[in-house]
Design a protein around this ligand. Structure first.
Ligand code: XUL
Length: 543
């Protein structure tokens, strides 16, 4: 029976999954994750991010990612519990936007890796930039403004690429690199995304980029799924020569290189183009047709759903990426996800059970106490400098702060997803915090819709494995329909977490108050004091 492998390079760790498929028989046979801070302490990362003085800069190490991939392949070989010869194809998911910069020696090094030596030890000479900027970086406001100006304004950029120029997107990051270290930029022969870099390590050659992840670069013409010459010209010189080609998401880009075959005994299985974690999660949550949305509660909180034709967000807060199905996906991304929840948990010396208890023991609406949870600069809305705001909320009141951070996150998700125009009948929840039913209860109440957990918690990793299978079927001349590919893996768990009917009016009103507080904090509206007082007079007694 065939086995397909999926990897997920997250911000804080690397995960892998193996699925077994034959006809109607589908099951997960192996799942494992490696935490960067705990398992690879010599890199000195904090939650997967290298220490930096400038709070706007966020970088990680491409060597760490390679070492984690090597360790994971070894674990699959020794602890997978299946005959490696059964592995037919491998695909991956990676945190989006992050980039890796290689010199002219990379091709030869990757093709000639010595299976007797660890991978990481052989890669030191291939980089023109030691650290990789990642999606949490918000240091490129200047470059975003320059690119936006050159392309005729933010609306024009969004029309062309699916998103306005965001600071974390790869194009502005490349421009910054070229401006700060033009000599190293000139020495760079290939600029990879984290996804295409890891696919290259597996295939032993330069792997292409696919449109799901390519759309997060401010460099791709979304409608044509091709590099946009005007965007490349607005970003950095000679960029066209440095970018790998764009290929369809279901492309087999090579096979596992001799390194993996000889070092661990893998077969020459197909390596399928890697994609971003959000596009892979779309598949792993079973969202292969328009009309439903999922929320991923991970290092970033994201809300996403499939789109047949791209509709861009008039407020320019959201993004449109390619879907691995060949269609599109809408996405809203929040930087203050799990790390903000952790900050509140830690500030009040709680563990996760105590955090959940705090949610159970506090009342919906929090008696009109409100938080803007900007522990880090925020992506949605655009908040360039960190700063938590509290309205009627005592910073020392642990349980109230727990409810405030979760209610704020859910209201922000709901408010900023309106542009996608999807009437939410049901939500699928994924990511680490989706295991927490109390958090999902707040989600259900705020959205006024049932929330379903999924059997496989890491939907990005599962989505990668399903993409491997789908591409392998195509390569053999079959035409598997996406609903058949995901069937048996993505059915939500029963029972759903249902919204309490008496909370609908409360959260409808509270979402308006939250929007007013947000607008005020951004200098776009009056103090929400009056709106809050009205809300408290109607719902405050619930405390
Ligand atoms: C999406 C985004 C994050 C990263 C990390 O635009 O920046 O979701 O993909 O998960």
């Amino acid at each position: 029976m065939a086995i397909y492998l999926g990897f997920d390079l997250g911000t804080q760790g690397l995960a892998a999954i193996a699925i077994e498929v034959e006809g109607e028989r589908r099951r997960v046979v192996f799942q494992r994750s490696l935490d960067f801070d705990a398992e690879f302490p010599r890199y000195g990362t904090d939650h997967g991010v290298l220490p930096r003085e400038d709070p706007l800069v966020a970088e990680s190490s491409p060597l760490l990612w390679a070492e984690a991939l090597d360790r994971m392949m070894g674990l699959i070989a020794t602890e997978g519990g299946f005959d490696l010869a059964r592995v037919r194809a491998v695909a991956g998911s990676a945190q989006q936007h992050g980039s890796v910069y290689l010199n002219h020696t990379a091709g030869g090094t990757l093709a000639g890796l010595d299976p007797g030596q660890p991978l990481e030890a052989q890669l030191h000479g291939i980089f023109t930039r030691k650290a990789s900027p990642i999606w949490m970086d918000s240091s490129t406001a200047k470059q975003c403004a320059e690119i936006t100006r050159a392309l005729g304004g933010a609306e024009a950029v969004a029309r062309l690429t699916g998103s306005r120029a965001f600071e974390r997107f790869t194009g502005p990051q490349i421009r910054k690199f070229e401006q700060y270290d033009p000599a190293a930029y000139r020495r760079t022969t290939t600029i990879h995304l984290a996804s295409s870099y890891l696919a290259s390590l597996l295939a032993g050659r330069r792997a292409p980029i696919e449109p799901g992840d390519g759309a997060g670069m401010t460099l791709m013409d979304l409608a044509r799924k091709a590099w946009a010459p005007a965007a490349l010209a607005a970003t950095a010189p000679d960029l066209a020569q440095k970018l790998p080609p764009l290929v369809a998401s279901d492309t087999v880009v090579g096979s596992l290189s001799p390194y993996w075959v000889r070092r661990y005994g893998f077969p020459e299985a197909a390596v399928v183009a890697w994609s971003g974690d959000n596009p892979c999660s779309l598949i792993g949550t079973g969202l292969v047709a328009e009309g439903a949305i999922a929320i991923s509660l991970g290092t970033s909180d994201t809300l996403f759903g499939p789109m047949e034709v791209p509709r861009t967000d008039p407020s320019l807060a959201g993004s449109v990426f390619g879907s691995p199905t060949g269609a599109y996906m809408g996405l809203v991304c929040f930087k203050n996800g799990s790390l903000a929840r952790e900050r509140v948990r830690d500030a009040h010396r709680m563990d996760w059970p105590a955090f959940s208890r705090a949610l159970r023991e506090t009342k919906p609406g929090n008696g009109g106490a409100l938080m803007l949870p900007w522990f880090e600069p925020e992506i949605t809305p655009d908040v360039p400098h960190a700063g938590v705001r509290r309205f009627g909320l005592d910073a020392g009141d642990g349980p109230a702060n727990v409810r405030a951070v979760v209610e704020a996150q859910m209201m922000a998700l709901a408010n900023h997803a309106r542009w996608m125009g999807v009437s939410v009948r049901e939500l699928r929840a994924t990511g680490g915090a989706a295991a927490n039913r109390e958090i999902l209860q707040v989600m259900a109440d705020v959205f006024g819709a049932p929330v379903r957990q999924l059997k496989v918690g890491n939907s990005a990793c599962l989505g990668a494995a399903l993409r491997a299978w789908h591409a392998d079927e195509l390569a053999q001349g079959r035409k598997p329909a996406w609903p058949d590919v995901v069937a048996g893996f993505v059915e939500p768990e029963e029972p759903a977490i249902r919204p309490a009917p008496d909370r609908a009016a409360l959260y409808d009103e509270m979402r308006e108050v939250y929007a007013a507080a947000e607008a005020h904090a951004l200098g776009k509206g009056p103090h929400p004091g009056e709106a809050l007082a009205q809300f408290r007079s109607r719902f405050g007694t619930l405390r």
